[in-house]
Design a protein around this ligand. Structure first.
Ligand code: NAD
Length: 300
């Protein structure tokens, strides 16, 4: 299969805009389609301001941001955006019916050679591949927050994805400077979120049922892994309401009582303790205890 050079990103909200930037940075020709005019640049401005405010060193050096932004061609006509694409990455809202509608349109409007990937966090491409009319060219290509430096990408096939399509996807992920995490069989949560979710579920269970103090879990995690933050600090960053919704979606899927998040988490959310964004979650911000120099000392 020829090298991927022309990329169309469908939906340029928080994830799509980052994917378009990464592709432009790697020298791909990039089209960004969104029904909302100016969506790509609007999201670009938000991410730019957010990373600057947080003092984060981004994956793309600051001096290259404007050139990458200007290299992305914004389109509000879907046919124009995909007519020449080697690879399409869909990053529209997480609604399976909407994704199927868009996959059908993409199958009709792009050339037969075009690979169609979804950036969905929770929907395997097997739920959309048929709508495209070319399941052998469909994939999950799932990004985290690449501009913030999380340069790893899950890649997973559907029921009929060809080996050639998988290889082209892996090669493209490497070409944009990311580490491909290949999933060999359909797996909810892909390679990394699946592991992170198991950790989350278990620590919420042990804390929520009174077995342990959450700070001891984080201390143990930090001492053992040499990381600066433990799972509870990370959940505070994500937002406890977001964590709860994700856990509930797993529970609704499995109906396994072990997947049900503890009531103590729901009570925190009801009290407005949502994590960093509300000033209190498991820890209190802006000076959470895990940043105390004594956090990992016996005296704490
Ligand atoms: P978002 O709401 O920020 O952006 C969605 C964009 O899609 C918007 O700009 C919207 O105008 C556009 N859109 C709506 N309908 C459309 C259509 N019919 N055709 C084209 N564009 C359309 O959403 P997001 O957070 O970027 O999430 C997008 C996808 O990426 C979801 O599948 C989500 O699961 C996945 N994802 C999100 C994250 C995250 O942290 N936000 C991480 C990894 C993956």
């Amino acid at each position: 299969m020829a090298k991927i050079e022309k990329v169309a990103v469908i939906g340029t909200g928080i994830l799509g805009a980052q994917i378009a930037m990464l592709a432009a940075n790697a020298g791909n020709k990039v089209w960004a389609y969104d029904p909302v005019e100016g969506a790509f640049v609007n999201t670009y401005n938000k991410i730019f301001a957010d990373l600057k405010a947080k003092g984060i060193t981004p994956f793309i050096p600051w001096e290259k941001w404007e050139a990458c932004r200007d290299a992305v061609k914004q389109e509000t006509d879907l046919g124009e955006a995909v007519k020449d694409a080697d690879l399409i990455i869909e990053a529209i809202p997480e609604i399976v019916d909407l994704k199927n509608k868009v996959f059908a349109e993409l199958g009709q409007k792009s050339p037969a050679k075009t690979i169609i990937a979804t950036n969905s966090s929770s929907l395997p491409v097997s739920k959309m591949e048929k709508s495209s009319g070319r399941p052998e060219k469909c994939l999950n290509i799932h990004f985290y927050f690449p501009l913030q430096g999380v340069h790893m990408v899950d890649i997973m096939g559907g029921t009929r994805t060809s080996a050639e399509t998988m290889q082209a996807g892996v090669d493209w992920i490497k070409s944009i400077g990311c580490v491909p995490l290949k999933v060999n069989k359909e797996l909810l949560g892909f390679c990394f979120n699946n592991v992170w979710r198991a950790v989350k579920r278990q620590v919420l269970y042990t804390w929520g049922n009174g077995f342990v103090d959450f700070m001891d879990v984080d201390r143990a995690w930090c001492i053992f892994t040499k990381m600066k933050e433990g799972p509870f600090a990370l959940m505070d960053k994500v937002g406890l309401d977001v964590v709860y919704d994700i856990e509930m979606s797993y529970y609704n899927d499995s109906k396994d009582p072990k997947d049900m998040p503890p009531d103590a988490l729901l009570q925190k959310i009801k009290r407005g303790e949502l994590g960093v964004k509300s000033g209190k979650g498991f820890y209190t911000y802006p000076n959470p205890k895990f940043l105390d120099p004594n956090f990992l000392k016996p005296t704490m």
